[in-house]
Design a protein around this ligand. Structure first.
Ligand code: NAP
Length: 686
């Protein structure tokens, strides 16, 4: 670790020209260096991202960006021990560091895989189905998403120097948007260490990621309408930044994740001795001590049935007794210091304010045992539990965030009261209910969901596999309403779309097909003179269509299909019951109709179609009766080229639009089938 923490801007590592802000070791308070951004020309930083990073990323497809991120995650994982060493200086234990470092790298892996699975191998995204906008179908609409042609600026909190950066840049880079990361200065040295490895890997194009350690100067004043900002930190800073004149004037998306007074509710019927009681106590104690309580999702309000207050307080006290505080490098130390002495003063002050309306029942004293470090020098804080006996009359615990190992127990009389207390947080990132009573879970979740970004229902059935109250996951939304900032992060593809512009496009089916590279209803159907299943991936054009021969459905078809499948449902076999049914007569099995369609459209001899691997969006639109005559139309709808895998013939996915119609040309079944189709190149080489 150098003494001057540098920024990486315009392709170079630079130091601020001023003295910078001093940085300290959280364990012993010694000065370890400084960070400052004076002298950085932020217009140049933005220009570099816009001129280099943006165009380079936008040239890549989603799959290419995903492959880049996967390689980056692999590279960072190889270097993880270096990050753990630096992380210890922030006061983090190995377990705390794991959440930040490997949790962050894991999020990049998850995003790379989400993009490979759920996004096309394209540079833009087509969303939803075609909208028919005219009576004759000659005018339709669709939505596309393209990368915003600007920069994403990420202003992060101090508590997750790695995860905080990675969970934001992964979706941004996948969307094709370069990122500028500004970590909280106090722990910026860990973010710097990670960005050094990212830069050294050479895996990202120049300008895709820039790092500013120190203040953001006048950066926000130079943002324009294509840029976006995410902010994670205290509500007071967030409120100030979100009304920055340039952010307002340019309608710049501003995603805010702020403080949150998250709750955990013990179910009304949970007795001491029940598995849920132990789960509750363990979860609360873990959330209080993990990262020394410096987690945006940490449990701050412990809502328990009035008759269980004493039992919960004594069980929590017993558990918190076992939390050894000290130098995280020492064996057996479970909780390190806060991030620094300024933070320690803030938490003492917040505790004093909360205790005006609640009594301290555990901890809360300045003299406590610290292992392997000097209590006077390091930013140590004892696990502290309060009890607020009148949580409707005294609002301190609902209003004040002590960003440390501090939480308050509060009683409730009935479930309605528990819900009302949860809502007094005025909007939270995460909440939990610990109960095995699903009726109670329904009532509590529906009563609190509008105030929460995520809710966990924990009980004996899911505890073993539960990811816990405090863990944001790549596939689930992270964020919360109201006080929590009103933002949304993560949530799978949702986060990638956040950096893209959704545009409705309208026009003729042919035009919309040309733009989306996807067949749309009403667009020109191409007869290439060859069965489409005999065409290699590269040759097949979107819109290539096969209209099959016809087939009249007989009673023998229904009886044979019923015997093969074992499906003797009355609508197919019981003349009398079928007459009284919705259909008024015996009808063919829907699955017979699609099987018969496959029989009509396949080209049976070996050829480029390697496999049929799925069917989507199936609807049986009209019944097919005995004597009806059906035929199928098969149209190449969408092509997704896959990256070749070693030992596998190069191929791609072709989605086919299928419509089975009757003798009146009315559709009876519509769906999409997915096939793997070989690429010609490799086949010829063989
Ligand atoms: P903070 O003081 O609000 O700082 C957050 C970030 O804003 C830092 O990078 C800070 O930079 C920057 N900043 C401060 N003033 C600024 C200004 N005028 N212009 C531009 N940037 C500015 O919060 P913190 O103390 O780092 O973090 C603790 C808080 O964050 C807690 O309240 C916690 O609940 C919240 N948090 C929320 C989430 C979530 O997901 N909801 C996650 C983590 C933390 P400097 O460090 O250089 O001042």
């Amino acid at each position: 670790m150098g003494t001057t923490i540098q920024s990486h801007v315009c392709g170079e590592w630079v130091s601020g020209t001023g003295a910078g802000q001093p940085l300290f070791n959280a364990i012993n308070g010694s000065e370890i260096g400084s960070a400052g951004s004076d002298g950085i020309d932020f217009t140049e930083v933005l220009r570099f991202a816009r001129q280099h990073g943006g165009p380079a990323l936008r040239q890549m497809s989603f799959h290419q960006r995903a492959a880049m991120l996967k390689r980056l995650a692999q590279h960072l994982m190889e270097k993880k021990e270096l990050f753990y060493t630096v992380s210890a200086v922030t006061g983090a234990t190995r377990a705390d560091g794991w959440v930040d470092i490997e949790g962050g790298i894991g999020t990049v892996f998850s995003y790379a895989s989400i993009a490979r699975r759920e996004l096309p191998n394209e540079r833009f995204l087509v969303e939803g189905a075609a909208e028919r906008l005219s009576a004759k179908g000659g005018f339709i609409g669709r939505h596309i998403l393209v990368p915003r042609e600007g920069v994403s600026v990420h202003i992060n909190a101090f508590n997750f120097p790695c995860w905080g950066m990675l969970e934001k840049i992964a979706p941004s880079l996948l969307a094709g948007v370069p990122a500028i990361v500004k970590p909280a200065t106090v722990t910026s040295f860990l973010t710097e260490a990670m960005v050094r490895e990212i830069v050294a890997s050479g895996l990202l194009p120049p300008g895709a990621l820039q790092l500013v350690c120190g203040g953001v100067g006048d950066l926000l004043s130079h943002l324009d309408e294509q840029d976006s900002v995410t902010f994670t930190g205290s509500a007071s800073t967030g409120r100030r930044l979100r009304v920055h004149p340039d952010i307002v004037a340019n309608s710049i998306p501003f995603n805010m994740e702020a403080d949150s007074l998250n709750c955990c509710i013990l179910g009304a019927g949970v007795d001491p001795g029940a598995p849920e009681f132990d789960l509750f106590v363990r979860e609360v104690a873990r959330e209080m001590s993990s990262k020394t309580g410096q987690k945006c999702t940490a449990i701050r309000r412990i809502i328990v049935p009035a008759g269980r207050v004493d039992a919960v307080v004594s069980a929590l006290r017993a558990r918190l007794e076992t939390v050894t505080v000290g130098d995280p490098a020492l064996e057996g130390v479970r909780m390190g210091p806060l991030v620094g002495n300024a933070q320690r003063s803030d938490v003492w002050e917040a505790l004093r304010a909360i205790s005006a309306g609640a009594e301290i029942v555990h901890g809360g004293k300045t003299d406590f045992e610290v292992q392997g470090a000097d209590i006077a020098k390091g930013a140590f804080f004892p696990p502290t539990l309060l009890l607020c006996k009148q949580p409707f009359a005294r609002r301190e615990a609902h209003d004040i965030e002590a960003f440390g190992p501090v939480a308050t127990v509060m009683p409730y009389a009935d479930t309605e009261e528990a819900i009302a207390l949860a809502r007094l947080g005025k909007g939270s990132l995460a909440g939990s209910l610990v109960t095995a009573d699903d009726a109670e879970a329904v009532q509590v979740i529906l009563g609190t969901a509008a105030w929460h970004g995520r809710m966990l229902v924990l009980n004996r059935h899911c505890a073993k596999e539960s990811t816990g109250h405090g863990s944001p996951l790549a596939s689930l939304v992270h964020g919360g309403p109201g006080r929590a900032g009103g933002g949304e992060e993560l949530g799978g593809v949702r986060a990638i779309k956040h950096y893209m512009q959704r545009t409705a496009i309208q026009g003729s089916p042919d035009t919309i097909t040309a733009i989306t590279r996807e067949f749309n209803p009403g667009a020109r159907q191409i007869d290439a003179g060859v069965h489409p299943f005999r065409r290699y991936f590269e040759d097949l054009q979107i819109g290539e269509t096969l209209i099959t021969h016809r087939r009249t459905v007989t009673e023998a078809d229904i009886v044979n299909f019923g015997c093969v499948s074992g499906d003797h449902f009355y609508a197919h076999f019981d003349e009398t019951a079928a007459k009284d049914s919705l259909f008024g007569k015996r009808v063919a099995h829907g699955y017979f109709v699609i099987s018969a369609a496959a029989g009509m459209f396949v080209s049976p001899a070996p050829g480029p179609v390697l496999a049929n691997y799925g069917l989507e969006n199936l609807r049986f639109v009209e019944p097919v009766g005995i004597g009806d005559t059906i035929r199928a139309r098969l149209t190449a709808k969408r092509k997704i080229a896959k990256d070749p895998r070693p030992g596998e013939q190069p191929n791609g996915v072709v989605a086919w639009d299928v419509e089975v119609s009757n003798q009146h040309d009315k559709p009876v079944a519509v769906y999409e089938i997915l096939t793997l189709v070989a690429m010609r190149g490799e086949a010829e080489a063989k």
